[in-house]
Design a protein around this ligand. Structure first.
Ligand SMILES: [Zn+2]
Length: 393
């Protein structure tokens, strides 16, 4: 047993008129706080309050970082205890320098959960979640066919009012993609961004599964949309997406099974498959700005998606979601951006295809060189610039 412990008290539910919160009181070092997941009343009956699964998973990275054993004051699903102690923490402790091979101490839950048999996936409208929708909406195996989209406020939303943004995103999905497909949308709120501030990319593969484990009474299958191809697997402490193929099966329970979805092909191959998918033409939303519902066309995710569709020759099919005329009016600038970022995986795919097809223009190469030169000069003179700007304040 380690000197340090992260203690999770028995979970409990606080119900209000329109929603219910699954809560857990936590003590770590000299700090005590309450973490919670919240759903609307429609989903209250599915909250899993007889075991600590959701909280054990969401606090696992913290425990591993702090080198603190987890002491659970309520049962945890036996599969989770076994998988965490015998696979997850020993392997991550050995391969990720920030993590330690801590132990999850908990009594195994005796009773099995009778799940409603729903199949869900996280929804942003981005390329990866849209590809999961395409491949799992009409799955031939009825019990593995998508029934629910999940939108969660678990640290990934970046606005001054994340709860309000969650509400907007759920309503938009209900009025749009859900109305068209017959899927239901579950919004999961939490206070994780205040009680557990972490680098989201480092823990994304724990957070959404944890939120889903809070609803084991609902979900028997959950597709976690992968961002990188399986063959890029690596134990990357700063980005769990690179090892989620190992992580997700370790988070499955008797009631809810997790799959890493879509990572057998690259992002640009997904876009190729989505290029004849009416729901993608109508609802594709890779943009980092979630509030407006419109793709901005200027952020990195928009630019690399537009560039990939241009490389594929299918951009014009997406004129409902992108301002394609802006692209054609400023094509060299868009391409220069891709050239400058070609060392990054999701840009590289577009760059390689555009190079192969002879789509890279001389002007875009010149612009890229100018951008890079300006960046080098700015970097070299950063301290001088900061001094000058500081003096001017
Ligand atoms: Zn954008």
């Amino acid at each position: 047993m380690r000197d340090k412990a992260l203690i999770l008290s028995a979970p409990y539910i606080i119900a209000s008129e329109n929603s219910s919160k699954l809560c857990c009181d936590i003590t770590c070092s000299d700090r005590s706080f309450t973490a919670w997941f919240e759903v609307t009343s429609e989903y209250s009956r599915y909250l899993t309050a007889d075991r600590l699964d959701a909280f054990a998973v969401v606090f696992l990275p913290l425990a591993m970082r702090e080198n603190a054993d987890m002491i659970c004051k309520a049962p945890v699903s036996p599969e989770l205890i076994y998988q965490i102690n015998h696979y997850l923490t020993p392997v991550l402790g050995k391969n990720i320098k920030e993590y330690n091979a801590i132990t999850l101490n908990a009594k195994p839950a005796g009773e099995r959960i009778q799940s409603e048999g729903a199949a869900g996936t996280g929804w942003t409208g981005g390329v990866d979640s849209m590809y999961t929708l395409k491949t799992r909406l009409k799955a031939s195996e009825p019990h593995m066919r998508l029934t629910h989209l999940v939108i969660a406020n678990i640290g990934t939303l970046e606005s001054s009012d994340n709860e309000g943004l969650l509400d907007i995103m759920v309503k938009r999905a209900e009025a749009g993609i859900c109305a068209d497909t017959g899927l239901k949308c579950v919004g999961i709120n939490s206070n994780l961004d205040t009680v557990l501030p972490e680098n989201y990319l480092a823990v994304a593969g724990y957070r959404l599964p944890a939120a889903v484990l809070a609803l084991q009474g609902l979900f028997s299958v959950f597709y976690h949309s992968g961002a990188y191809e399986f063959d890029t697997f690596t134990f990357a402490g700063e980005n769990s997406a690179y090892y989620e193929m190992f992580l997700l099966p370790c988070l499955s329970t008797d009631a809810t099974v997790f799959y890493s979805s879509g990572s057998s092909i690259s992002r640009i191959e997904k876009l190729k498959e989505l290029s004849d998918y009416p729901y993608a033409e109508q609802y594709l939303h890779p943009c980092i700005y979630a509030k407006t519902g419109k793709n901005c066309g200027k952020c990195g995710k928009c630019i690399r998606t537009i560039a990939a569709l241009y490389a594929l020759g299918t951009l014009d099919r997406f004129d409902k979601v992108f301002d394609t005329s802006d692209f054609y009016n400023n094509k060299d600038h868009y391409l220069a951006n891709v050239i400058s970022n070609r060392h990054r995986q999701h840009y590289k795919e577009s760059y390689d295809m555009m190079t192969e097809k002879g789509l890279i223009t001389v002007k875009s190469m010149q612009l890229s060189k100018m951008q890079n030169a300006a960046k080098i000069i700015a970097d070299r003179n950063r301290s001088t610039l900061e001094k000058v700007l500081g003096k001017e304040k």
